[in-house]
Design a protein around this ligand. Sequence first.
Ligand code: UDP
Length: 310
Amino acid sequence: MKRVAVTGGAGFIGSHLIDNLLKRGNKVLCIDNLITGNRENIKHHMNNENFEFIYYDVSKPFYTDIKIDFIFHFASPASPIDYQKYPIQTLKVGGLGTHNMLGLCKEHEAGFLLASTSEVYGDPLIHPQTEDYWGNVNPIGPRGVYDEAKRFAEAITMAYYRYHGLDTRIVRIFNTFGPRMRKNDGRVVPAFINQALLNNPLTVFGNGSQTRSFCFVQDLVEGLLTFMETDEHYPINLGNPKEMTVLEFAEIVIKLTGSQSDIIFQKLPVDDPKIRQPNIARAQEFLNWKPKVTLEEGLKKTIEYFKEKL
Ligand code: UDP
């Protein structure tokens, strides 16, 4: 039975990944310092003998005698307001944290999967984004702390692959949503759903013409588990290619919640990418993966989750 460590395992994506790993029969070591993660997301595993939680900041060196076979490195603040609230921690976990986890992998001769992001493409000049695009990132803007941390994380992961022959993988995750997102993490999905459920106005930033493409978390996790089993070392995009404007998305949320909310327009955040859509040809080729859950199905599950949390 393989033991898999998940950094950021108490977070949104990390905790869904852990649910699936345990279901598959893996042993899981969840490492999280809970700055944006939440114990609530993993509490249903606390009595499972195959699950262990370690409260720890992986930006500091980490050693363990427990034999680890694979590491998913998912620890990082990930919403724009979170990484602007914790800019130094974001840079450290992407930089030092990734270095520490690669060192742990080397020690344990384990496999490694880095959670990277569509943010490495910045405000993209290529559309849809393919993995061979190098990106258009402002290193000193408010998003630079996240974007550059993940770009460094990719660079050091490739260096460990090339120099030490480590068994690494890099996934570039596009906008993902589902239950366990934090109500107030500032991202558009929890923001709009909670505004709609309270019949408050939906806050569209700018004129709402910027685009995003939203992937349901279970689809993403299935892609991650397939990726784990391959030996493809170059980055792969995972996301749902169905693209829409933020304004269209607001209208969909109002319709699905049956809300009376209006839409109001607020200032567009600095460096907010104007367009984003994954090209998933590599995921289809190497993982035989494409998303199955429609936006409507995924949103219904997410709306149910937030209704219970009201
Ligand atoms: N957005 C919005 N209203 C909100 C929150 C976000 O219009 O209350 C917009 C934001 O400006 C961006 C898109 O929705 O264009 C997605 O934002 P999010 O923070 O979810 O993630 P991003 O894709 O920017 O990392």
